[in-house]
Design a protein around this ligand. Structure first.
Ligand code: ATP
Ligand code: MG
Length: 180
């Protein structure tokens, strides 16, 4: 499985619709300061279900919607589409591509979709459990994350290792069952 495409509309500095295609292998994003490199990784985190605004460098969720410029009005919502290549079948779908969508509105509400079908944040979260992707996954390593892992308490470090070896879903299911 790999990241195939990222489409943004009205997200942070990307007012117009942009489509970024990624090839298999390594992609590096380069550009001057303030050109939107980090905004791209912020979009990937958000569409994978990130709820922490702090990690997205804003104070409210609506701060990720294009705020307007001298010549353009602010937008009312933004949309992020992330296409994953699933030809190896790692995600439990009979499709070669899985598209995750998140729309964010000025009210602070979000809508999620998997392959265009509306779903809950929980569904996106569950889809990626133990894949190493997702908001608790280690597919996005932010600044300071390495230090955080090194200085984590043993219990916290254990959670990271559990995700890596693929047993988080059993803990998650056990906790879900206990709650019912
Ligand atoms: P650096 O090399 O300094 O890390 P960068 O390429 O990572 O820079 P980003 O942090 O991705 O840059 O982009 C910052 C830019 O995004 C700033 O110009 C900021 O004004 C713009 N920006 C952030 N949020 C919004 C928003 N809601 N609406 C419009 N522009 C925004
Ligand atoms: Mg940056």
């Amino acid at each position: 499985m790999y990241l195939k495409k990222l489409e943004l509309y009205g997200f942070k500095s990307f007012a117009d619709k942009v489509s970024l295609n990624f090839e298999k292998g390594i992609t590096a994003i380069v550009g001057p300061n303030g050109s939107g490199k980090s905004n791209i990784s912020d979009a990937i985190r958000l569409v994978l279900g990130e709820q922490s605004i702090k990690s997205l460098r804003g104070s409210k969720l609506e701060d990720v919607i294009f705020a307007g410029s001298e010549t353009r009005k602010p937008l009312g919502f933004c949309e992020i589409n992330l296409t994953l290549d699933n030809s190896d079948g790692l995600l439990p779908f009979d499709y070669n591509e899985v598209v995750i969508t998140r729309k964010i509105f000025r009210s602070g509400e979000s809508e999620f979709f998997i392959n265009k079908t509306p779903c809950r944040l929980k569904d996106v979260h569950e889809l990626f459990l133990d894949t190493g992707i997702g908001k608790e996954g280690y597919s996005v390593i932010g600044q300071g994350k390495i230090d955080e892992i090194l200085s984590a308490k043993p219990e916290e470090r254990r959670l990271i290792l559990e995700e890596a070896i693929g047993i988080s879903k059993y803990r998650y299911k056990k906790e879900e069952a206990e709650r019912k």
